[in-house]
Design a protein around this ligand. Structure first.
Ligand code: AMP
Length: 250
């Protein structure tokens, strides 16, 4: 696996021809959810590129960014073991040479669900994903349905800007308890970790939204939103300082 940190190194690494290129963008602190996207890309493409970039523009809280887990050595070992060909791990100056003066803005769906409580979040996500897709120029890019709203907005951006890439949604990978895997789970205390599976249990219970909200609040969650849309039930809820998200078909 080639590890590259700059745009020019990335361009040089991608100059070699490949039958097709798959791309998996991540923010690091990798787990089995990320691994499932990588495996799929390795299986479907001649070459797989992964990125690990903790993108500050999509954080609307300085504390959330500061506390976000990082594990660069373990991430690189995992990616290499899965058969990734190129790992792009840039710093802020490489990704934002213009200082975040240019942005991709969506004026509808990005204001709902996570966008309602995290102003600017999807602007940061769409901007960095546009930059990464322009750099890597993959045939396919893989996104997890855990971040369903993100996946839908990226699909919409691709359509809006006539981008020549296939956006591939991948199913949510869960712990045996049902808890959706997430880098942020590492920040849960043991007590919070034992409560956390209740989020998925409630979402998939078939109960009414009102009952689910009551049960989650009773169990110690601070519910940010709980909403049905697009034939799915979406939730974000805090356990202590950690914000968990999940969604299920409904
Ligand atoms: P992140 O590092 O959190 O930005 O995630 C990078 C990619 O992995 C995104 O497309 C996520 O949706 C996806 N992902 C994260 N957790 C999971 C999971 N539990 N199951 C499936 N995909 C996931």
């Amino acid at each position: 696996m080639k590890v590259v940190k700059t745009v020019s190194e990335l361009r040089a690494a991608l100059a070699a021809p490949a039958s097709s290129t798959g791309f998996v963008p991540t923010m690091g602190a990798l787990h089995e959810g990320h691994a499932s996207l990588i495996r799929r890309s390795v299986c479907e493409n001649g070459r797989t590129v992964a990125s690990v970039y903790l993108n500050p523009t999509q954080f609307n809280s300085a504390e959330d960014l500061e506390k976000y887990p990082v594990s660069p050595a373990a991430d690189a070992a995992l990616l290499e073991g899965l058969g990734v060909d190129v790992l792009f791990a840039p710093d802020y100056g490489e990704m934002y040479p213009e200082g975040y003066r240019y942005r991709v803005i969506e004026n509808g769906f990005s204001g709902l669900l996570c966008g309602a409580s995290r102003p600017g979040h999807f602007e940061g996500v769409l901007t960095v994903v546009m930059k990464l897709l322009n750099l890597v120029r993959p045939d396919r890019a893989y996104f997890g349905e855990k971040d369903w709203q993100q996946y839908r907005l990226i699909e919409g951006m691709k359509e809006a800007f006539f981008m020549d890439v296939e956006i591939v949604p991948c199913p949510i990978v869960r712990e045996p308890s049902g808890l959706a895997m997430s880098s942020r789970n590492r920040r849960l205390t043991p007590d919070e970790l034992s409560l956390a599976p209740a989020l998925y249990r409630e979402l998939s219970s078939g109960r009414t939204v009102e009952e689910i909200r009551k049960n989650l609040e009773g169990a110690g969650f601070a519910v940010d939103y709980l909403e049905e849309r697009e034939g799915r039930l979406f939730a974000a809820a805090f356990l202590g300082k950690v914000r968990l998200i999940d969604n299920v078909p409904r």
